[in-house]
Design a protein around this ligand. Structure first.
Ligand SMILES: O=C[C@H](O)[C@H](O)[C@H](O)COP(=O)(O)O
Length: 228
């Protein structure tokens, strides 16, 4: 699993805080990444103690971890709604997020968007006054060049994400490629999100605008929970 940002203790405090919001009988969206992994492990311990939940994973990684932890799984074909989704972020400003550092943002957006409550788990290194992290954009392989041209026309600088420990690009769980698009400070995340969505061949982008309900920002001593 990739690790980014702050301390593992801060991530643990964030993940465990969000897991406490899960109640008996709930369907839980299981995000991806090193911070959400702490929430999934906490849920696993709660299941061991008798909690009845079903998880909807957002990636190969979160499915595998949830299975290891003994969390019963389901999917969006089976359940009509999700009570709570818990997911990380690469950067947040207010309630707006950039996600997709693990290339899982397409499925994450489906699951997080279907949840009644979306809880974001982060450490302090993820906070920003304004979003400026490169925006991951998942693209159909055949559209890599044309999408990159369109991103440049929007004023961005796209870079095809390379794999680590494999030659060539990252291939997502959906069989697509990722362009990391640098825009500097993003003045209007909502407008940029709409621009990305209008580009043919874009499967999903990592701007999550106005979707979050609570930010659980862990630190080494505890957690700060804020409604957004
Ligand atoms: O694609 C990955 C996800 O959007 C992650 O939730 C995001 O990258 C944050 O991951 P982490 O908690 O490991 O920093």
């Amino acid at each position: 699993m990739k690790t980014t940002g702050g301390s593992d203790e801060a991530k643990r405090n964030a993940g465990e805080s969000a897991a406490e919001a899960v109640e008996d009988g709930m369907v839980v969206g299981l995000g991806t990444g090193s911070t959400t992994a702490h929430a999934i492990r906490a849920l696993g311990r709660m299941v061991d103690s008798g909690l009845d939940v079903r998880g909807v994973p957002t990636s190969f990684q979160s499915r595998q971890l949830a299975q290891q932890e003994g969390i019963p799984l389901t999917d969006l074909d089976t359940v009509s709604r999700i009570d709570v989704a818990i997911d990380g972020a690469d950067q947040f400003a207010g309630g707006d997020l950039i996600k997709g550092g693990g290339a899982a943002h397409a499925r994450e957006k489906i699951v997080d968007g279907a949840a009644d409550r979306f809880l974001v788990v982060v450490d302090p290194s993820k906070a920003a006054e304004r979003l400026h992290h490169p925006v991951p954009v998942e693209v159909l392989p055949a559209a890599r060049t044309t999408v990159a041209d369109d991103v440049r026309r929007l004023g961005g600088n796209p870079t095809l994400r390379d794999a680590e420990r494999k030659d060539g690009p990252v291939v997502t769980d959906n069989g697509n490629l990722v362009l990391d698009c640098e825009f500097g400070e993003i003045d209007s995340p909502g407008d940029l999100a709409a621009d990305f969505s209008a580009i043919p061949g874009v499967v999903e982008h990592g701007l999550f605008v106005g979707m979050a309900d609570e930010i659980h920002a862990g630190n080494d001593d505890g957690v700060d929970v804020r409604r957004v």
